[in-house]
Design a protein around this ligand. Structure first.
Ligand SMILES: [Zn+2]
Length: 351
C-alpha cells in the first residue's frame, strides 16, 4: 500500500513512475508484426574475444535465422526494440551501480570474460553493454506486446542474476525487474508470476522482489551450481530443486506438479517466463540431462498454462550458450506455433 510508505519511499516511487512514463521503450507496434522481438544489435562480436568465453555470443541472431529458414516468420515481421538508455535503467538501478559499469574490470567480472578488463570503457560500452541494453529494451517492450497480443518472445534477455544493485553470472542489467516495473506503471498490472526454468537460480529478480506481494516466483533450478544465493532463495514462493543429472521425464513430471501448485496459489495478470536452455543435456554449466524435445515440451507446458488461462506471457531466452542452443530454441518456438499456442502468421485483416 502506498499509504504505508515513508515520504522518502513515496518520492522514490514517484521518480520511478515519472522515468517510466517518459521512457521511449514502449511504442506502438503495428498488428502486422509477429510478437517476436529481436535486433541485430543484440549480438556480441568483440575483436574475436567472443571465442574466449565458452558460449555462442551470436545465439540470438541465429535463433531468428533458424525461424526464418523454417518459414515460421519473415524477417520483416520481427519487432525491433529500442536500446534502454540511462533514464530507463535508473528505473531499478541506482546511479552508483551504473557508474560502476564505467570500470572495465567490473564489467569483465560480471560477464566472466577477464580480458574485457584490458579494454577502455568506451570500447566495452559499445561492444558489450550496448548489445545488452538493446536486449533490455526488448524485454521491457515484450511486456506491452504480450498484454496486447497475449504473448511475446524476446529472443534475448533473461538476465536473472542481476539485481538492482549487483550484476553477476553474465548478467549486467536487471531486465526482468525492469520489465515488471514498466508493467506495473504502464499496463496497470499488479500481479505478476515469474516462472524461471533456467538451470540456475534467479537470484536477481528474487532479491529485487523479495517480500513484494505483487510478484509470485516459481523457480526450478539446480541447487548444486552457481549462484548459491541462499538469502535470495528464501524469497522464492515455490522452489523446485532439480539436482545434477535429472532426466527429461523426471524434469517434466516436476514441472507439471509445480504448475499445478502455481495455478492454485496465485492469479497473475502477466507471466514472465525465463526459458533458459542450459538445462539441455551436455550443457557444461547446467549439469542437467534434458533432451531438446524435452525443452520444447517444457516450453509447450508453460505456454499452455498461460494461454489456457488467458494470461499474457513474456518469454525470455536467458542462459544456454552451446552451439546447439539456438537451434533448440528455434525448434521449440516452431513447436509452439505448430501447437497453435502462438500465432506467427499475419492474418489478412492485420496486413
Ligand atoms: Zn543459467
Amino acid at each position: 500500500m502506498s499509504s504505508s510508505l515513508s515520504p522518502n519511499a513515496n518520492d522514490e516511487e514517484n521518480v520511478r513512475r515519472n522515468r517510466i512514463l517518459s521512457s521511449k521503450l514502449y511504442f506502438e507496434v503495428p498488428s502486422s508484426m509477429v510478437p517476436v522481438i529481436y535486433s541485430s544489435l543484440y549480438d556480441i562480436s568483440f575483436l574475436g574475444i567472443e571465442k574466449l568465453h565458452p558460449f555462442d555470443s551470436k545465439k540470438w541472431g541465429r535463433v531468428c535465422q533458424f525461424l526464418i529458414a523454417a518459414g515460421v516468420l519473415r524477417k520483416d515481421q520481427i519487432i525491433e526494440p529500442l536500446e534502454a538508455k540511462k533514464n530507463d535503467l535508473l528505473v531499478v538501478h541506482p546511479e552508483s551501480y551504473l557508474n560502476s559499469l564505467k570500470n572495465s574490470s567490473n564489467v569483465a567480472r560480471i560477464i566472466e570474460v577477464p580480458p574485457v578488463a584490458l579494454f577502455p570503457h568506451c570500447v566495452v560500452k559499445e561492444k558489450v553493454q550496448r548489445p545488452f541494453r538493446n536486449q533490455v529494451g526488448g524485454s521491457i517492450l515484450a511486456g506491452k506486446v504480450a498484454k496486447e497480443r497475449g504473448w511475446a518472445i524476446n529472443v534475448g534477455g533473461g538476465f536473472h542474476h542481476c539485481s538492482a544493485e549487483q550484476g553477476g553470472g553474465f548478467c549486467v542489467y536487471a531486465d526482468i525487474s525492469l520489465c515488471i516495473h514498466y508493467a506495473f506503471v504502464q499496463l496497470n498490472i499488479s500481479r505478476v508470476m515469474i516462472i524461471d526454468l533456467d538451470a540456475h537460480q534467479g537470484n536477481g529478480h528474487e532479491t529485487d522482489f523479495a517480500h513484494d506481494r505483487r510478484v509470485y516466483i516459481l523457480d526450478m533450478f539446480n541447487p548444486g551450481i552457481y549462484p548459491f544465493d541462499y538469502e535470495a532463495r528464501r524469497c522464492i514462493d515455490q522452489k523446485v530443486e532439480v539436482v545434477s543429472g535429472t532426466t527429461t521425464s523426471e524434469y517434466l513430471k516436476k514441472l507439471d506438479e509445480a504448475l499445478e501448485v502455481a495455478a492454485t496459489s496465485y492469479d497473475p495478470e502477466l507471466i514472465v517466463y525465463n526459458a533458459g536452455t542450459d538445462i539441455l543435456d551436455g550443457d557444461p554449466l547446467g549439469l542437467l540431462k534434458i533432451s531438446a524435445e524435452g525443452i520444447a515440451k517444457r516450453d509447450e507446458k508453460v505456454f499452455r498454462f498461460a494461454r489456457a488461462r488467458n494470461i499474457p506471457i513474456v518469454m525470455l531466452t536467458s542462459g544456454g550458450y552451446m552451439k546447439s542452443s539456438a537451434k533448440v530454441i528455434a525448434d521449440s518456438i516452431k513447436n509452439l506455433s505448430t501447437q497453435r499456442l502462438i500465432d506467427t502468421e499475419s492474418s489478412p485483416d492485420r496486413m
